[in-house]
Design a protein around this ligand. Structure first.
Ligand code: GLU
Length: 294
C-alpha cells in the first residue's frame, strides 16, 4: 500500500488476522498497536491473512478486514500475504520434525478427549485443556496401519522436544525476559486432521519467512509463544522480539471475541462512523462505555 523506500528494515511487524469472522474493537486495538509500533520506529507493517483453516475462513471476511483497516487508516506495506498461497511450503518443516521423531499420530476424537479430560482434573492449560497424551506411546507400526483408514492429526511430543533443546529464552518487551515452559500447553497439534498445517507451526514459519523482527500481538497468545520458541529452536529459525499487548474486555471482564458477537467494525463503518477518530480514541485510551483494557 505505501511506498517502502524509506522504511527501516530492522523493524518488521505484522498484523495477522484470521478471516473466520468480522473484526471487532479488540482487533482495531491490536492492529493499531502493531501499526504504531512499526511506524513510530520507521519500520514496516505487514498484513498477513491467516486463512489456512479452509473450513472456517471466508472470502467476505477477508474483504471486510481490508475495508476495516483502510477505514481505520492503518496502511500496510507491500502486498497482502495469504497463508493459503503457501500451503505447500509448510510440508518441509513437518517432514523435518517427523525425521527427528518428534511428531506422533493422534487418533483421538473430541469425545474421547473429553472423556480423558474428565478423568484428569490437572488437565487445564493456559489455552484450554491439555491433551492427555493417549496416543503418545502407540506402537508406531500399529499407528501406521490405523492411519490407512482412520482420520488422525500429528502432535508434537513436547517433552521429547524440550529434552532436545533444554530451556529456552525469549524477550517480551512488556513482560520482560521469559524462560520457556512449553509443557504447560501439552502436546499441541501441528498437523490437524483436515489441514496441512496448524496455527503454531504456520505462524512460526511465516514470521521467519516474512522477516518479522517484532511480533506485536495480544496477551491471549502470550502462552503460545513458548511453543513458537521451541519450534524456532528445533527448526533453526531466528527468534523475534515479542510485545504482547493488553486486551480489550467487555463489561463482564471477558475478552472481546468474534463468537461473543462483540460489535463488529463493519457495523460502525457502514453506519458512517469515522475510523480515524475511533483509532485516535483507542490511542488515547478512550474506550466505549463498558469496554476496558486488561
Ligand atoms: N491469526 C491469529 C488470530 O487471529 C493471530 C496470530 C498471531 O498474531 O500470532 O488470532
Amino acid at each position: 500500500m505505501t511506498s517502502s523506500t524509506h522504511l527501516n528494515r530492522d523493524i518488521v511487524v505484522r498484523f495477522a488476522p484470521s478471516p473466520n469472522g468480522l473484526l471487532h474493537l479488540g482487533h482495531a486495538y491490536a492492529a493499531m498497536v502493531a501499526h504504531d509500533y512499526a511506524r513510530e520506529r520507521g519500520g514496516q507493517f505487514l498484513l498477513r491473512i491467516e486463512d489456512i483453516d479452509s473450513g472456517r475462513s471466508r472470502p467476505h471476511f477477508v474483504e471486510s478486514i481490508l475495508a476495516d483497516l483502510q477505514w481505520l487508516g492503518l496502511q500496510w506495506d507491500g502486498d497482502v500475504i495469504f497463508q493459503s498461497d503457501r500451503l505447500e511450503s509448510y510440508a518441509g518443516a513437518v517432514e523435518r520434525l517427523q525425521a527427528m521423531d518428534l511428531l506422533y499420530r493422534c487418533f483421538c476424537t473430541r469425545t474421547s478427549m473429553r472423556q480423558a479430560q474428565a478423568d484428569d482434573s490437572q488437565a487445564e492449560g493456559p489455552n484450554g485443556p491439555i491433551y492427555a497424551g493417549i496416543c503418545r506411546h502407540l506402537n508406531p507400526e500399529l499407528a501406521r496401519q490405523r492411519a490407512a483408514t482412520e482420520p488422525h492429526c500429528w502432535r508434537l511430543d513436547v517433552a521429547k522436544a524440550i529434552a532436545m533443546t533444554g530451556p529456552l529464552e525469549w524477550l517480551d518487551e512488556r513482560h520482560g525476559k521469559q524462560v520457556t515452559c512449553a509443557e504447560k500447553l501439552g502436546d499441541v497439534v501441528l498437523v490437524p486432521k483436515d489441514m496441512p498445517v496448524a496455527y503454531h507451526l504456520a505462524v512460526t514459519l511465516d514470521d521467519t519467512r516474512d522477516g518479522i523482527t517484532h511480533v506485536v500481538r495480544g496477551d491471549d497468545l502470550f502462552a503460545s509463544t513458548d511453543i513458537h520458541r521451541l519450534l524456532q529452536a528445533l527448526l533453526d529459525l531466528p527468534t523475534p522480539v515479542y510485545f504482547h499487548h493488553p486486551l480489550l474486555l467487555d463489561a463482564s471482564g471477558a475478552k472481546l471475541s468474534k463468537s461473543r458477537d462483540s460489535a463488529s467494525l463493519s457495523v460502525l463503518r457502514t453506519a458512517g462512523r469515522s475510523g480515524y477518530q475511533l483509532i485516535e480514541e483507542l490511542r488515547q485510551g478512550i474506550f466505549p462505555v463498558g469496554i476496558s483494557l486488561s
